[in-house]
Design a protein around this ligand. Sequence first.
Ligand SMILES: [Zn+2]
Length: 332
Amino acid sequence: MPDLYGALDLGGTKLRAVVADLDGNVVGEIIRASEADEGPELVIGRMIETLEAASLEAGVAIPELRAVGVASPGALDLVHGLVQGAPQLPGWDGVPLAKILNERLGMPVLLENDANAAALGENRFGAGRGTRYLVYLTISTGVGGGIIIDGKVYHGVSGAAGELGHMCVWFNGPRCPCGKRGCLEAIASGMGLAWRAQDLVDAGEARGLERIKRERGELNADEVADAARAGDADAIRLFDEAGLYLGIALSNYINIFNPEMIVIGGGVAAGSGELFLPRAEETMRELAREEPLKYVRLQRAVLGDRSGPLGMIAALGDMVQEGGGHPSGTET
Ligand SMILES: [Zn+2]
């Protein structure tokens, strides 16, 4: 049997544990509720249980795994292996997750931002297989991103690089969940679309959306998408603007990074992409410089929720090849 590795995807609602070999063949996979509101200590215990169950499915015990990679949301301090907290992970403020798991599991633990991990997953095992320069964007509740340069995640000095969803595309534009204004995430994410729809309803400017909110009790991106498909002019405009501003952002990524491929994943892109991705591509082609535009392909992600864990498997493979250590993790 080839050497097996573990990967954990820590999310606000779900934990996913994957056991795989370095070629990305998954031999064990378990998904459990994270119950993140119970705080880090209990969630970490649950992460280990989930990994144990995935190992069992793979026919091994945790100590037989060679190393474990963890994909975590939010800002990370990869220099010290800290999870710095994210809105979906209450109480995770400076938790030394890599060190804790290293001590409890007795093996090297590698920590990575979830969108960076997903970027690497799509690069090695998904839509971007064979590419060396790739930009990954996940459009779901928020907008996350990852940049692959010469086959490696670009981390920046502390691990905070690649927040492509917080590129400012609209000066003084709508408020963003990050606290700033006019970020791509404020306009083209599930939360951004819902907030903008709500703002229109609050201002008494969107009768159709107001009616939907009354009928369904809430107004999330799915409701706005349904309204757009049913011909509601305000909902159509919100998605059209999401496409326009996404296209502006894509053209900037192309001009800056000259990537071979841009991969777009995430639930909102998968479920409602037809409402805004065509406009985004059209705008991208209009605004990006000709030379880098010739080389870029725009693709949809193919790995779904497995992109993060498989990215961690790829990162562990790189760690092994480089002979052990990694600044973002711990060594035994
Ligand atoms: Zn922002």
